[in-house]
Ligand binder design. Structure first.
Ligand code: UGA
Length: 439
């Protein structure tokens, strides 16, 4: 089989590489010739564990190629995936579909023979129909079907998520298109992955509903964490206590500084807008968006509190900047609210992130960039953990204490235990648990 990925960003590149691993011939297309040159030189423009090897192996096997020539890549393909970006449009929060529509037109001009056009980008409900309309208009005699096949990959574990997904959603009314999709996902049928066939609109909405529900779950536990702090309860015990109920489930109940990334903030906002336009307001998700925004903005206040009410003239070590570990992605990361708020309150910030500093330098100003966690803590009045990278989980606490001017840690990801931090002589403030070591 031959498939084409339009858009070699995160989704297109990971999905393309994984399909090629299934034995399918994949051509990844991108308009950005610098990106294609880098990929052809064996460089991976994003940080995703395992991706570099997957791309190298499949390129070497001749199953994965990169090009800027969309028309040549589309000709003769069994399926063409649209995996271009759908950023939030400035001003109104709607997803910007101009790249999707442009891709549909270009694909329409190039198809020859029956082709399945698959939307892989997260697109608002109705986009699949619109793509079909654009293609039919551009190529009235074109032989094609449109399928919605949303992706559920998490950055940092995307390859595992693709190879062993909880489910695959395939939205189309065409039996012929279903047959093509079944062949593409045959390796997953063999490992008994649930594959759900739905309508186009249902598949599109399922993606938004999944991300909005997960964002709601996180926001719920974050609010419970705040309540735990007021009532003297421990949020981890509450999360475990409710998560063991099979109807609730234990995952995505880890409290933190608020969700970020390229998906939850954008998709929750898009669902809110779509629901409002459809006359069926999504009031829970509206609240989630609002609470999460406020939460990220309010996080710096915790650091101020741990520093006795003010950080003016003080130095704060910030460990972790990306929106989560194992990625270099800084989009909507809590650090983008926290660092400027600390600076506005008069603090000097020393920061370190294992993979995110290249991106962070473009987004944050007047930060002292450090080579590791210990350099960041050297001479700081307090340290805060903003992203739970593995290398921060087992810091040498004695050494940290020797470097810090005061042994104060604000752990926004709860990767340490209050009792161990107290025993190590720290003043320790975390999320949803009683602070320890403060008089
Ligand atoms: C998310 C979904 O998990 C994927 O299923 C989906 O495919 C993807 O969006 C997408 O739409 O493309 P991702 O944004 O990569 O994936 O990251 P997550 O692991 O879901 O984390 C999102 C945010 O929630 C992070 O800021 C993370 O720190 C936060 N989070 C997650 C919590 O604060 N607590 C949790 O318990 C879990």
């Amino acid at each position: 089989m031959r498939i084409t990925m339009i858009g070699s960003g995160y989704v297109g590149l990971v999905s393309g590489a994984c399909f090629s691993e299934f034995g399918i011939h994949v051509t990844c297309v991108d308009k950005d010739s610098a990106k294609i040159d880098r990929l052809n030189a064996g460089e991976i423009p994003i940080f995703e564990p395992g991706l570099e090897k997957l791309v190298a192996d499949n390129r070497a096997a001749g199953r994965l190629i990169f090009t800027t020539d969309l028309a040549a890549a589309v000709r003769g393909a069994d399926a063409v995936f649209i995996a271009v970006g759908t950023p939030s449009r400035r001003g109104d929060g709607h997803a910007d579909l101009s790249y999707v529509h442009a891709a549909a037109e270009e694909i329409a001009e190039a198809i020859d023979g029956y082709t399945v056009i698959v939307t892989k980008s997260t697109v608002p409900v109705g986009t699949g129909r619109e793509v079909a309309r654009i293609i039919a208009k551009t190529r009235p005699a074109g032989d094609f079907d449109v399928v919605s096949n949303p992706e559920f990959l998490r950055e940092g574990s995307a390859i595992g998520d693709f190879m062993r997904p909880d489910r695959v959603i395939i939205g189309t009314e065409s039996e012929r298109a279903r047959a093509v999709m079944r062949r593409l996902y045959r390796p997953l049928f063999l490992i008994e992955t649930p594959i759900l066939f739905t309508s186009l609109e249902t598949a599109e909405l399922t993606k938004y509903a999944a991300n909005s529900f997960l964002a709601t779950k996180i926001t719920f536990i974050n609010e419970i964490a705040d309540l735990c702090e007021k009532l003297g309860a421990d949020v981890h015990d509450v999360a475990r206590g409710i998560g063991l109920d099979g109807r609730i489930g234990a995952k995505f109940l880890h409290p933190g500084p608020g969700y970020g990334g390229s998906c939850f903030p954008k998709d929750t906002l898009a669902l809110v807008r779509t629901a409002a336009d459809a006359g069926a307001p999504a009031r829970i998700v509206e609240a989630v968006v609002d609470i999460n925004d406020r939460r990220k903005k309010g996080m710096a206040a915790r650091i101020l509190r741990a520093c006795g009410g003010s950080v003016s003239g003080k130095t704060i070590a910030v460990l972790g900047l990306t929106f989560k570990p194992n990625t270099d992605d800084m989009r909507d990361a809590p650090s983008l609210d926290i660092v400027p708020a600390l600076q506005a309150a008069g603090a000097t910030v020393r920061a370190y992130d294992p993979e995110g500093m290249g991106e962070a330098r473009k987004l944050l100003r007047d930060v002292t960039w450090c080579d590791d966690a210990y350099e960041a803590m050297d001479g700081a009045d307090a340290v805060t953990i903003v992203t739970e990278w593995n290398e921060f989980r087992l810091l040498d606490l004695e050494r940290a204490k020797g470097l810090l001017r005061r042994p104060v840690m604000v752990d926004l990801r709860n990767i340490y235990r209050p009792d161990e931090m107290l025993a190590a002589g720290f003043r320790y403030l975390s999320i949803g648990r009683a602070p320890v070591g403060f008089e």
